[in-house]
Write a protein that binds this ligand. Structure first.
Ligand code: 7TS
Length: 409
C-alpha cells in the first residue's frame, strides 16, 4: 500500500494530459526524464502568446514586437533568477544538447589545443559525450573519463587524479539520467578550479528537481533543457560566465546576432544575443518562464523533497522484488530509478506495463558507454516529477509482478 503522504502534494490535476485513460487504464506517467508533462499555465501561456502577442523580437518598433520582446526578455530574467545567474549570462538555445554543442564549438574550439585532454565521466548522456569526442578529434586532443564506483556514484579519487593532470575542460553531469546519482558539484568544481580547469555542467537532469545556484557552484558553463522541467520542447538555456561569453566566437551567424554588417565583414551583438542567431523560439521561452513560475510557486526545495520521497519509496518497494535488479545508489539520488526485471528485455517490460497504462522508458537512455560499464545493453527506467504519487509507484510494482507471472520468472 502507498505510504500516507502529505496531501499538499496533489499536483496531478494541474496537468491536463494526465487526466486520461491509456488502453482503458488511468495513465501513470513515469517517463519524465525523457520529457516532463506540462501544467495548464504553461500550455495557456503559449496559446496566449500566439493569440495576442505574436511578433518577431528585437526588430519591430510596433506594439506587438515590443510586447513580444519584453515577454522574451522577461523569460530570460526568470530563467536567470531560477539558477541564480545574471540575465546576460543566459543564452536561449533548443536544449541541453544544443547548449553543450554551443560550448564545445566556441569555448572548446578556442581553448582546447592539440595534445590537451578533455575530461568527462562514465555516466554522461551522449549529449555530453559526442560533442567532446568531435572536438577532441578536430583538435587531436584526448578524451578521458572519470570512473564510476560499483554503486553508481562517481569515483572522486579518480576525479582528483585525473584533474591533477590539468585537462583543458572538465564537463560532467550534475545528476545522472540513468543512475540518479547526484554528483557533488561544488566539490568537483572546486577541485577543478584549484588546478585551473574550466568546468562545464550538464544540468539537464538537475534543473527539473533541485534548487540551483550557478553563482555558488562556480562552473564556467552549464546547460539545461526546458522540456524536462515542465516547459515546452525546443527551449533551454546555456549559462556562461560573462567574460567567457564576451571572449568566445559566435556559434551560429546570421540575423539577430550582429551589430553591423558590411559586404565583407560583420561585428557581433552584445551578449547574450551574440549567441542567438536567427528567430528564436519566442513562444517556447515564454512557456519556459511560465514553467519556472509554476515550479517557484511550489518552491524548488519542496519539489526536491517530494522527488526524494517518491524515489526512495520506489527504491524501497523495488528492493522487495527479488526478480528486480536496481542500478545506481540507494541514497542521495534524484529523479530516476533504473532497473531490470529478471532477464527480460526492457522493451518487453515496457510493453507489459504499457498494457496497464504505465509509461516508462526502456533502452540505453542515450548512455551507451554507461550501459557497457554496467554490463547491460539496456535498462527500464521509471522517472518522476511533481505530478506523480506514491500510488503510481504501487501501480508500477503491480505491473512488475505481472511481468514476473507472464515471463515465469
Ligand atoms: N543531459 C542529460 C543528463 C539528459 O538527461 C538529457 C536528456 C540531455 C543531456 C539532453 O537533453 P535534450 O533536451 O537536449 O535532449 N535526457 C533524456 C532522457 O534521459 N531520455 O530522453 C532524453
Amino acid at each position: 500500500m502507498a505510504k500516507n503522504v502529505n496531501n499538499n502534494y496533489n499536483y496531478k490535476s494541474d496537468f491536463p494530459i494526465l487526466n486520461q485513460k491509456i488502453r482503458g487504464k488511468p495513465l501513470v506517467y513515469l517517463d519524465s526524464a525523457s520529457t516532463s508533462q506540462k501544467p495548464a499555465n504553461v500550455i495557456a501561456s503559449e496559446k496566449e502568446f500566439y493569440e495576442h502577442y505574436n511578433a518577431n523580437i528585437h526588430r519591430g518598433v510596433h506594439y506587438l514586437s515590443e510586447k513580444a520582446t519584453q515577454m522574451y526578455e522577461d523569460a530570460r530574467e526568470k530563467t536567470a533568477k531560477f539558477v541564480e545567474a545574471k540575465s546576460e549570462e543566459i543564452v536561449f538555445v533548443r536544449g541541453a544538447t544544443e547548449g553543450i554543442n554551443l560550448i564545445a564549438a566556441t569555448f572548446g574550439e578556442q581553448n582546447v589545443k592539440s595534445g590537451d585532454t578533455i575530461l568527462i565521466t562514465e555516466m554522461e548522456h551522449h549529449s555530453n559525450l559526442v560533442p567532446w569526442q568531435q572536438l577532441a578529434a578536430r583538435k587531436k586532443a584526448k578524451l578521458e573519463f572519470v570512473e564510476i564506483n560499483t554503486d553508481g556514484t562517481l569515483n572522486l579519487n579518480d576525479a582528483a587524479a585525473k584533474l591533477e593532470k590539468q585537462p583543458a575542460i572538465f564537463s560532467f553531469t550534475h545528476v545522472s539520467n540513468v543512475l540518479g546519482t547526484i554528483n557533488p558539484v561544488e566539490k568537483l568544481t572546486k577541485m577543478a578550479k584549484k588546478r585551473g580547469v574550466s568546468v562545464v555542467l550538464d544540468a539537464a537532469q538537475s534543473a527539473p528537481h533541485l534548487p540551483l545556484n550557478f553563482a555558488t557552484i562556480g562552473a564556467d558553463f552549464a546547460a539545461f533543457s526546458g522540456h524536462k522541467m515542465l516547459s515546452p520542447t525546443g527551449i533551454g538555456a546555456v549559462y556562461g560566465k560573462r567574460e567567457h561569453l564576451e571572449n568566445m566566437p559566435p556559434y551560429q551567424t546570421g540575423g539577430h546576432m550582429i551589430k553591423t554588417v558590411t559586404k565583407q565583414t560583420a561585428t557581433w551583438n552584445d551578449v547574450p544575443w551574440k549567441f542567438e542567431a536567427g528567430t528564436s523560439n519566442i513562444a517556447g521561452a515564454v512557456g519556459l518562464g511560465a514553467a519556472i513560475e509554476y515550479l517557484e510557486k511550489i518552491g524548488m526545495k519542496k519539489v526536491e523533497r517530494y522527488n526524494a520521497e517518491l524515489v526512495s519509496y520506489c527504491l524501497e518497494e523495488l528492493q522487495k522484488l527479488p526478480f528486480v535488479t536496481i542500478y545506481g545508489p540507494l541514497e542521495n539520488r534524484c529523479g530516476v530509478v533504473s532497473f531490470n526485471v529478471g532477464d527480460m528485455h526492457s522493451h518487453d517490460v515496457s510493453s507489459i506495463l504499457d498494457e496497464e497504462g504505465i509509461a516508462i522508458r526502456s533502452g540505453h537512455h542515450c548512455c551507451q558507454p554507461l550501459m557497457e560499464t554496467l554490463g547491460v545493453t539496456a535498462t527500464c527506467r521509471a522517472s518522476f516529477h511533481i505530478y506523480n504519487t506514491m500510488e503510481d509507484v504501487d501501480k508500477l510494482v503491480n505491473g512488475l509482478k505481472k511481468c514476473k507471472k507472464v515471463f515465469k520468472l
